[in-house]
Write a protein that binds this ligand. Sequence first.
Ligand SMILES: [Zn+2]
Length: 234
Amino acid sequence: MIPAARRHRERHSTDRVGWLRAAVLGANDGIVSTASLVLGVAAASATHEDILVAAIAALVAGAMSMAAGEYVSVHSQADAEQADLERERKELHTDAHGELNELTAIYVRRGLEQKLAREVAKQLTAHDALAAHARDELGISELNAARPLQAALASAASFATGAALPLAVTALSPVNLLIPLVAATSLVFLAVLGAVAAHAGGAPLLKAATRVTVWGAIAMAVTSAIGRLFGTTG
Ligand SMILES: [Zn+2]
């Protein structure tokens, strides 16, 4: 039997890992897309002011598109959950006996004896039939119910936080040192975030940090090469 304190701690860390990973991925997007854009515009010999405007526009546009994308995808998940719950409500109304058998079978599959499973199913059905079926049959519970607005805001906030890092470096850097400073600091930010996400998920730190840094470097190199191309032909 797992002591209550450890069970409590384990359940909480699992929730935190999922949330942290989503936030880190959002911030990664913010760093890579904003830093790459800054390097591309800077390589095209734009003025410091133009680069800064482009970086601010990248932050706002990126955060809005992340929010919109997240809202739409989580909302369609919420719609699907609602449709499932509605169907379940109807089935409970039209075939209460069949639904009781179904719930009993779920508990038997989870390891309860037939008699006990039946009793548990009966008591949970009497208490709140829809909640029992939603949780144990459909896997929908208060804890993991889709919250589109919350997800959209969290996604926009994590992107904006990530994007704010190369934006701050852009604002503080002299224009002649901007490209190496933004590139170097952004790679460090990515490596640190990669290590944090890996640590939270119990994965090897170095591998995760290297992976995200290499992809960030590729994105920045490609964008600044294109910027240089436009700069010379402009
Ligand atoms: Zn059911």
